[in-house]
Design a protein around this ligand. Sequence first.
Ligand SMILES: NC(=O)c1ccc[n+]([C@@H]2O[C@H](COP(=O)([O-])OP(=O)(O)OC[C@H]3O[C@@H](n4cnc5c(N)ncnc54)[C@H](O)[C@@H]3O)[C@@H](O)[C@H]2O)c1
Ligand SMILES: [Zn+2]
Length: 356
Amino acid sequence: MTVVPVELGERRYEVLIGDGVRHQLADVVAETVPGAIRAAVVTQAGIGVEVDPGLPVERFTVPGGEDAKSLAVVEHLCRGFARSGLSRSDVVIAVGGGVVTDLTGFAAASFQRGTSYVNVATSLLAQVDAAVGGKTGVNIPEGKNLVGAFWQPRAVLCDTEVLATLPPREWASGRGEMAKYAFLGTGLAGGAASSLLGQPLAEQVATCVAIKADVVASDEREGDRRMLLNYGHTLAHALEASAFEPTGTLDLRHGEAVAVGLVFAALLARRLGRIGDEGVERHRQVVGEFDLPWSLPAGVEPERLVSFMARDKKAHHDLTFVLDGPDGVEVVRGVGADDVLATLAEMRASETGDRP
Ligand SMILES: NC(=O)c1ccc[n+]([C@@H]2O[C@H](COP(=O)([O-])OP(=O)(O)OC[C@H]3O[C@@H](n4cnc5c(N)ncnc54)[C@H](O)[C@@H]3O)[C@@H](O)[C@H]2O)c1
Ligand SMILES: [Zn+2]
């Protein structure tokens, strides 16, 4: 088992990573939420990961997919918590992927103005990203993750054994988020992906968690440094937004969209004179090593994507990107829509990203 601390002073907590770590839940709860006398477990049908918090438990099952991240489901959960007699000194346990950890974390943040919670992350994406860092929230029709709170868990358990049942597309999605870390980790850049991919799975997860923990510890509420975790995400969010449109036909998992976004960010950085051909090639190579396609999906409308980028809450009033450059990956503001459109056209023209 590997333990990665998230150093946030009095909100410090640990991420436990390895095969079978879910069986440590009772000990972890006893240690990190000592006053708890009952627990609420929130999960989804189909995840099938049983956990024992070592306390009397009320179990809640939420729907699958992004629709579960709604205020209606938060209300449903909080009413259920209240009816089961859960108090502020008790504990909520999220058992699932990023949908369950985002939703449950926000319900815990809201219930009685803040109840302790522990994440048992069961998807690769949640283990390497969503379950760590305390960003919780739900969607509203006006946009994804627009309602939420920074609310740190008391602990996170990343049990790599439970990934055995994860569907192939969800593995791919997690790998897209891992590819992002390959460009962020100090000492990882360059031959990054191969050194990450060469490790046993639990170590790969631990490496990603350590990078995220380091960024979160230095910038909990997302100034510029935490924004680096959005590398590849400006285009990814725009692709996802177009996929969610009523007329949308795109079928992309989050991490798959991030993979496309990483190569796009490299092409944009080259257009802006920040990196050269080699830098672009490195991005294509890394994304390829993670076995992900990076071509712009057919049917997306470049102008529409730019309008979504302008609306992305992380983009403020101009187009903001996280881009590679001579000093590594950094936040770049004031990028012109023309350059973005030209880069999208360039991507379209070089359709060699092996989309199956
Ligand atoms: N808070 C953050 O910092 C952060 C970061 C990245 C992503 N996110 C959020 O995470 C969400 C995506 O998370 P995700 O990719 O985990 O999707 P998800 O939670 O929808 O899980 C993917 C699918 O896999 C299933 N599943 C999960 N674990 C399984 C297992 N062990 N065996 C079999 N099936 C399993 C789920 O039921 C679901 O159908 C998005 O809503 C995104 O906004 C949040
Ligand atoms: Zn992401």
